[in-house]
Design a binder for this molecule. Sequence first.
Ligand SMILES: O=C(c1ccc(-c2ccco2)nc1O)N(Cc1ccccn1)C1CC1
Length: 411
Amino acid sequence: MQTFGTFLVSLVAASSALAASIPGTRIGTPAGTTSQRTNSVSIPAIRNPNFRAHGPLAQAKAHRKFGKPLPADLERVLSKIWSSKRDSGSVTASPRQQDTEYLCPVQIGSPAQTLPLDFDTGSSDLWVFSTDTPRSEVNGQTVYDASSSSSAKRLSGATWKISYGDGSSSSGIVYLDTVTVGGLTVSRQAVEAAKQVSSSFSRDTSSSGLLGLAFSSINTVSPNQQKTFFDNAMPHLDAPLFTADLKHNADGRYNFGYIDKSAYTGSISYTPVDNSQGFWGFTATVDGTDVTGIADTGTTLIYLPDSIVTSYYSQVSGARYDSSNAGYIFPCGSSMPDFSFNVGGGGGGGGTVTVPGSYVNFAPTDQTGQTCFGGLQSDSSIGISIFGDIALKAAFVVFDGGNKQLGWAAK
Ligand SMILES: O=C(c1ccc(-c2ccco2)nc1O)N(Cc1ccccn1)C1CC1
């Protein structure tokens, strides 16, 4: 963190260094220059084209020059200049195929190439379909072409490979390039170009890749692990956080660096994050039972322990576990109970997130529309509880990387 004193010193040093770099400007007596009068020289005084006039800074410089303390109001003005960072970003998250995934436009390279990416708080690789992806695996997706970006630099020798819990996978090579999300720019961001994608990615024609927002500790680039977009941006943000405001069948929004007070109701309940597995891990309480899981925008459904799931569906007549669908199904006409969980329970009672029953009626199992598949399923085959989009779209969620906490609010 630069103190004001060092700032002034660096300002003076810079201006003299700068003067030295402007052609025709010299510091000190130029060697070998003589004139008619003995021992006199003429020095050009070049205006510094990069100097930005700034009243308070000029005031401070004068006070410093004569060793005078800065008046309180001047101190306040200057500390504000130096304490407030200036970056933030805001991007629309558009739902695809009945909220199965949410895609956000991301600018990569110079000139900018805009790709729709799936923002995934459950993984930490920014990977894209690219001109390196076999034509047979590209099915209408917009691809990244590093060769037409003047700011792209191949990260020599680097490779990546990731496999997701749903059985999908991708792998490839790495470039560093400029990436902008909602007006927030990171230069030299690792952009992982796919040389192979599995069939479920090839079939998903609307998504050009993923932008990982979990912790950089699980980024798969080798031999030198790379940072996520958020990790690279965090030091420049007004606040070290991003928020997810996903919606049912409507555009939502990711904001970086600030909390939009108009986006939620009531107060935000915070709970500590356990990032030991690289995820946004937290503990919620469901019907008095503590559940430790992760907040994962990249997973569509909610996956919780059997006991909670069976208890929920016991309220719905005709609901049952169906092995051919590998999940709980029920008559589509059922009116589903709301599903609530408490966050930040502690002494203050924390806050309750209520997932409307209509969100749990996720989708028909077939064209007949007779039976429907539940948005709440068992985590027994996964090994980790996941609060996916069905839960996240019922709340305004603060992913606070600076304080390693998750904030949940109603909306
Ligand atoms: O898909 C993943 C997932 C994401 C990232 C990684 C990974 C490996 C190496 C770096 O990241 N591995 C995953 O498996 N889900 C969600 C999920 C959904 C369904 C079943 C299992 N899991 C991780 C967040 C929990």
